[in-house]
Ligand binder design. Structure first.
Ligand SMILES: [Zn+2]
Length: 113
């Protein structure tokens, strides 16, 4: 499993830049991360994670690490319940299969349209 060696928040570009230990660099727009919030409040308690519809101008008000395994992000809409594990961030990354920003839903470890 990949883990990050660097996480940078570009306020001007409104995205998170993660450098992974295998050399991959992922650029994750903040609104994109908000749309894939994994928390129960956004997703319910099912086994399928859906992409939420959120405004493109959502920003990150605060980002901090949780232990060595995840990021907590407080978004400009006030939402802060999502725990973004490294594996979840890597699954969302444009470089992971299927390539490009993910849409649709995530189930059983796979993204579908
Ligand atoms: Zn949420």
């Amino acid at each position: 499993m990949s883990s990050p060696v660097d996480v940078a928040h570009s306020v001007s570009r409104n995205l998170l830049v993660i450098t992974w230990d295998d050399g991959v660099i992922s650029e994750l727009p903040i609104a994109y991360l908000r749309s894939w919030c994994p928390c129960a409040g956004c997703q319910g308690h099912g086994t399928v994670v859906h992409r939420l519809d959120v405004p493109d101008d959502v920003r990150a008000a605060e980002i901090h690490e949780i232990g060595a395994y995840a990021l907590a992000i407080r978004f400009s809409d006030g939402h802060d319940a999502g725990i973004y594990s490294w594996s979840w961030l890597r699954a969302l990354a444009p470089e992971s299969e299927p390539p490009g920003l993910k849409t649709g839903e995530f189930k059983d470890g796979r993204f579908g349209a």
